[in-house]
Ligand binder design. Structure first.
Ligand code: SAH
Length: 291
């Protein structure tokens, strides 16, 4: 494979890249960027790799002459940049949301290296987003809660923090290469299965939290890290849309337990019957219910 060297190479090299600015194109999301120059450099970085969808969450100063100067020819990407009020809004329809962070956290998030994340994203069943934090403080834990995985770009010991636009460049490069690769993502990809969007995942987490409060498992006055741990668990498991619907069906019925019911007695009988015994209701209980 040759290395992309300019405008013409851009189109040729990233020929599998979806339409630059289309709704399903991979998006690069910058959260509360303070220096307009970084926005311009990020626009240039993604344009050189054949991408064009830049979303800015509450930028400090934009549009700005410095952004235009540093975009150096990627004016089309800058002109098309969308400004939104929240990260939720930026990634609502995304099936994969990859946060980037220089820091390790107390409660570790599921991690991917940039190459694995790019490979996974290149085979995703819907839109994906790569999310970049503030120059001074990165992404908050609340923002990382939205991310299905976190990427830390390896660096030399003792200095782990890249310039924002350079981090964007590395991720855009990996994604460009992954989109041309015949390889498919190992592990987490569910071949042919639709994955839920961010908005659907958030509805599930809200439903889960409400149910845990209702059944007295979660004290809203002292939530500790419970929901964050559960999010981390579900992000690792990466449930498909159908699986998430099954879980929502379970939550709907959770307020209605019947410990001494005939159904429970049949379950016990099936268990006592040993291997091969079918559990009555097993098939029905897996049927997703629609909202
Ligand atoms: N002081 C901040 C660093 C912010 S650098 C902190 O401690 O988090 C600005 C952004 O660039 C980060 O939020 C992240 O999105 C990206 N970035 C910088 N270095 C990175 C690295 N080594 N791996 C992944 N992303 C990185």
């Amino acid at each position: 494979m040759t290395t992309p060297t300019g405008e013409s190479a851009r189109a040729a090299e990233c020929s599998r890249t979806p339409a630059q600015g289309g709704a399903s194109a991979p998006r690069f999301v910058l959260v509360e960027t303070s220096h307009p120059g970084n926005i311009g450099s990020a626009a240039r970085a993604i344009a050189t790799m054949g991408f064009g969808r830049l979303i800015l969450v509450r930028p400090e100063r934009f549009p700005h002459a410095e952004a235009t100067a540093l975009a150096a020819g990627a004016d089309d990407v800058l002109a098309a940049a969308e400004v939104v009020a929240s990260l939720d809004e930026a990634v609502a329809d995304c099936v994969g949301v990859y946060g980037t962070s220089a820091r390790t956290r107390t409660l570790d998030w599921p991690r991917c290296d940039a190459r694995a994340a790019a490979l996974e994203a290149s085979g995703a069943s819907g839109p994906v987003a790569f999310v970049f934090g503030r120059e001074r403080s990165g992404l908050t834990n609340r923002e990382l809660d939205c991310c299905t995985a976190m990427i830390t770009i390896p660096t030399g010991a003792g200095y782990g923090s890249l310039n924002l636009a350079q981090a964007v460049q590395i991720i855009a490069y990996e994604l460009c290469v992954a989109l041309q690769s015949p390889e498919t993502a190992p592990g987490r990809a569910h071949a042919g299965e639709e994955m839920p969007t961010h908005a659907e995942r958030e509805r599930f987490y809200a439903h889960l939290e409400e149910t845990l409060v209702d059944i007295g498992f979660l004290d809203p006055g002292q939530p500790k890290q419970l929901m964050r741990r559960l999010r981390r668990f579900f992000h690792r498991a990466a449930p498909s849309r159908v699986e998430l619907n099954i879980l929502r069906g379970v939550l709907r019925n959770a307020g209605n337990p019947e410990p001494g019911s005939p159904a429970r007695a049949r379950l016990q009988a099936a268990r006592d019957g040993g291997e091969g015994a079918t559990i009555p209701g097993e098939v029905d209980s897996s049927a997703p219910r629609q909202e």
